[in-house]
Design a protein around this ligand. Structure first.
Ligand code: BTN
Length: 252
């Protein structure tokens, strides 16, 4: 892999519980990249598990320390999403399936999820965990999982090590830029965010609301316009796209 400012040591393991948990548990020095072919206790956002059969995916975690104030830390996840979509577009070029980011950072192809990012931190250490469904053409996922993979969408083989190199290079650039100008990531992220313009339901703590996603603030939070005209900002939580893209009500 190309040497970057970000990565000082890279290792690959055939199987592990969770690459995020491993780096947080040590804790690993910044610059540690840990790649696994299989995770037996892969972690997703909001306490969910991450499913990926061996040999089908790219899964890794990267430990970083960034010069960022506390308020800008939630932007790391957007920067990682922006890097992810750039790397995937590059890797799949010239085939360009409809990739987009569901806020904050699920990578969708059409309406199906093909990758996710879980950013966790401990003191100054930030661990960015990425799971990409690279080739699930022979996978029969459990019914609860509505997912696709890059190879299915592109109709071609995808080299996961080539993709990893591109992604680390993009992450390096995005995180450097993030330290220089935290809010500047938002205009790079927004054009790929397919949540904007959609009607969504958002669950924040024990409150649920439905509204139209109208933008992302400079702090990386999602702005909703509710039916009664109120504007609310979703800082964290679960967002569901509740109407299919292209529905007449989505275009107004
Ligand atoms: C999500 O969309 O819910 C986030 C999924 C993140 C999965 C990756 S796979 C590598 C890293 N290690 C983990 O345990 N989770 C992340």
């Amino acid at each position: 892999m190309q040497q970057t400012r970000l990565v000082s040591s890279a290792s690959y393991v055939p199987s592990i519980g969770s690459t995020n948990a491993a780096l947080l548990g040590r804790p690993a020095p910044p610059g540690t990249l840990l790649i696994a072919d299989e995770q037996t206790a892969g972690r997703g956002r909001r306490g969910r598990s991450w499913y990926a059969p061996p040999g089908t995916s790219l899964m890794f975690s990267l430990a970083v320390e960034l010069r960022l104030d506390a308020a800008s830390r939630s932007l790391v996840t957007l920067a990682a999403g922006a890097a992810l979509i750039q790397a995937i577009r590059e890797a799949l070029d010239p085939v360009t399936p409809r990739v987009g980011l569901k806020w904050p950072n699920d990578l969708l192809i059409g309406e199906a999820k093909a990758a996710g990012i879980l950013t966790e931190s401990q003191d100054e250490l930030i661990v960015i965990g990425v799971g990409i469904n690279v080739d699930w053409r022979d996978v029969d996922p459990p019914p609860a999982i509505q997912a696709t993979s890059l190879a299915e969408a592109a109709g071609q083989d995808v080299d996961r090590w080539d993709l990893l190199g591109r992604l680390v290079t993009r992450l390096d650039a995005e995180l450097e830029e993030l330290e220089r100008d935290p809010g500047g990531v938002v205009p790079r992220y927004v054009p790929s965010c397919v949540t904007i313009g959609r009607t969504v339901s958002a669950t924040v703590g024990d409150r649920s609301m439905t509204g139209r996603a109208v933008g992302v603030t400079t702090a990386g939070h999602l702005q909703l316009s509710l039916a009664d005209g109120r504007r609310v900002t979703v800082t964290a939580g679960e967002v569901t796209h509740i109407r299919p893209a292209g529905h007449p009500d989505e275009r107004a």
